[in-house]
Ligand binder design. Structure first.
Ligand code: TYD
Length: 194
């Protein structure tokens, strides 16, 4: 199984990824947690760009996300799937479809660039308002706040457009952590029964 958690910054995805991995392990599943961007060379360059340590054009950023994912698929994702592991991913190509389309690329181009990537068994988009996302990410009166909220609003709209893609479900992430986890688990249990 390849399970992917997605959502805008501040949606609580990383917390939910670890809760889900722990739950899978507790019932004896061989679960592996993976994240994108990775710790590989392209992922590290992306993190420096995202932290604003270095600057880059949007074309290079998209290219780096795709290269990072190609390496991830061939070195980690495919081998783990072939070994019967259950992978829980913190972001995958749906992030590129939402974030990079919000920064101007067409969904179709992004989809085509990512066609090498195995389609997940389940994708859960943790949905939260941009206002709440920004509140969780930025503390206090940060100058970037309005710019960030406006961008995340566009990213959220792009995510919601993905609801009719195969295996995609939208989850209300404004609820309490345990409640969100219970709702995620219901989808995963359903998947294991089918
Ligand atoms: P994330 O790991 O969720 O952030 P953090 O390091 O704070 O836990 O993701 C880093 C950022 O990268 C996030 O703002 C979303 C962005 N991103 C894209 O724009 N496109 C992508 O394809 C991916 C994987 C991430």
């Amino acid at each position: 199984m390849l399970i992917v958690l997605e959502g805008i910054d501040g949606c609580g995805k990383s917390t939910q990824v670890s809760l889900l991995v722990d739950k899978l392990k507790s019932i004896g599943m061989d679960a592996l947690e993976l994240r994108e961007p990775t710790d590989g060379p392209h992922g590290l360059r992306l993190r420096s760009i995202l932290n604003e340590e270095i600057q880059a054009e949007n074309d290079e950023i998209l290219d780096l996300f795709v290269k990072d994912r190609k390496q991830h698929v061939s070195e980690k994702i495919e081998p783990a799937l072939n070994n019967g592991k259950t992978i829980v991913m913190d972001r995958y190509y749906y992030s590129t479809m939402a974030y990079q389309s919000a920064s101007g690329f067409s969904m179709e181009k992004i989809r085509a660039d990512n066609s090498f990537a195995p389609v997940p068994t389940l994708v859960l988009i943790l949905d939260i308002s941009a206002e709440d996302g920004v509140k969780r990410v930025l503390k206090g009166g940060n100058a970037d706040r309005f710019e960030k909220e406006d961008f995340l609003n566009r990213v959220r709209e792009q995510y919601l457009k993905l609801k009719n893609e195969p295996n995609v479900e939208i989850i209300d992430a404004s609820l309490e952590v345990q409640e969100v986890h219970t709702n995620i688990w219901a989808f995963v249990e359903n998947l294991m029964e089918s």
